[in-house]
Design a protein around this ligand. Structure first.
Ligand code: RB5
Length: 150
């Protein structure tokens, strides 16, 4: 089973706890990279931890949760090798894997109820990159990353 790195800020903390319990009960190896309370923290710190774990193959996939998922995705996508996608439903999560070969799922703890969030997580984890015509498109994203000067 895929090794999952997970992280959240204070706005994603409660949902992270639910997702960690679900992943462990489902048998996924999970590395919880914090935060560990609802005390205010800065989401980029957690986005970088999880993104580096995925980029260095310490984990196969990542899950990041903040209030909306947006700040986490903006930050994660700055890390080379990361394709992070916000999803608010199972279809988006499935497409993120099948078409975009996303390796990090970003969720909004202030947007989603736990039931919907767990459906989204399952859709993400059960889907696979479809390859084919999508491969060239992902390569074009990777080429941009290689050409980047920062
Ligand atoms: C924290 O208040 C909030 O800004 C953060 O969780 C996230 O939603 C940012 O994108």
């Amino acid at each position: 089973m895929e090794r999952i790195a997970i992280g959240a800020d204070h706005a994603g903390f409660a949902l992270k706890e639910e997702i960690v319990r679900f992943l462990q009960a489902s048998g996924y190896p999970v590395e919880d990279m914090g935060t560990q309370s609802d005390e205010s923290v800065d989401y980029p710190d957690y986005a970088v931890r999880v993104s580096r774990a995925v980029a260095t193959r310490q984990a196969d996939l990542g899950i990041l949760i903040c209030g909306t998922g947006i700040g986490m995705s903006i930050t994660a996508n700055k890390v080379k090798g990361i394709r992070a996608a916000v999803a608010t439903n199972g279809y988006m999560a499935r497409m993120a894997r099948e078409h975009n070969d996303a390796n990090i799922l970003c969720l909004g703890g202030r947007v989603l109820g736990a039931g919907l969030a767990l459906d989204i997580v399952q859709a993400f984890l059960q889907s696979r990159f479809a390859g084919g015509r999508h491969t060239d498109r992902v390569h074009k994203i990777q080429a941009l990353e290689q050409a980047s000067t920062t």
